[in-house]
Design a protein around this ligand. Structure first.
Ligand code: MG
Ligand code: MG
Length: 248
């Protein structure tokens, strides 16, 4: 793990602020029955570059767009298309920003117009998984404390926790050690020290935790076709507790 100084964390926070602002603006552009997924990606790309930053996903391992946009049963890594978002959909926006060489990465799942009570509950439980995981990101805890907390809350609500994709360290690279799984045992894994920066990102399914990878090399869907939600923040472990860097 590459530990960051307070000054470096402050630079990551600036990248995170840009990301959070773009996330909010893009989400506000969603109009049921009108907005295409590609329009949201284009807007994110323009806002990120307009802020003097680089959209880190674009070109990452050949990913074609600035944002991964994942609708309904798409878990993560959806490639933007001309599909129109319709009332009742849920849609995850996931993107990364590089500012002055420092990365931030965040994802949020939004309702498109009125959504079902079941979908609403999935969003609120997944967001709560993220918040409970972040609360465990304390000096002296271990990565497994985050993992176990997220898994317990999701499964106690009857949901499946995706195994095949995990959170990650972040800093001068989009993906750095350690891996931050959303499942596992407390008191196991790397010890968290002051200056650890990482992305906690629960991916929670309504049904089975199993996923399938599409032949486009990116799109990940739930194996049973039911909904999936994804919430992610970049956070720093500090002597005064966890700090969320991807907020305005
Ligand atoms: Mg992300
Ligand atoms: Mg991430």
């Amino acid at each position: 793990m590459r530990l960051k100084t307070a000054d470096e964390i402050e630079l990551m926070r600036e990248a995170g602020r840009v990301l959070a602002r773009v996330m909010r603006t893009v989400s506000e552009a969603i109009e049921p029955g009108r907005t295409t997924i590609l329009q949201l990606d284009t807007l994110a790309d323009e806002l990120i570059t307009g802020a003097g930053c680089i959209p880190s996903f674009k070109g990452y391992k050949g990913f074609p767009n600035a944002a991964c946009i994942s609708r309904n049963d798409v878990v993560v890594h959806g490639i933007p298309t001309e599909e129109v978002l319709v009332e009742g959909d849920i849609v995850s926006l996931d993107f990364g920003v590089i500012r002055e060489g420092w990365h931030a990465d965040s994802a949020w799942t939004f309702p498109v117009g009125q959504i079902s009570d079941d979908a609403r509950r999935l969003l609120s439980v997944t967001k709560e998984c993220l918040m409970q995981g972040i609360a465990k990101a304390r000096v002296g805890n271990r990565v497994g404390d985050i993992s176990a907390t997220v898994q317990k809350y999701a499964e106690s609500n009857g949901y499946g926790v995706v195994r095949d994709l995990v959170g990650h360290g972040i800093g001068v690279e989009l993906h750095e050690p350690p891996s931050v799984p959303n499942f596992g045992r407390a008191k196991t894994g790397p010890v968290l020290r002051e200056g650890v920066t990482m992305c906690i990102e629960p991916m929670i399914n309504q049904g089975t935790h199993k996923v399938r990878f599409e032949s486009d090399g990116w799109t990940v869907r739930t194996a049973d076709g039911r909904l999936s939600a994804h919430f992610e923040h970049t956070i720093a472990v500090t002597s005064s507790g966890p700090v969320i860097l991807t907020q305005e």
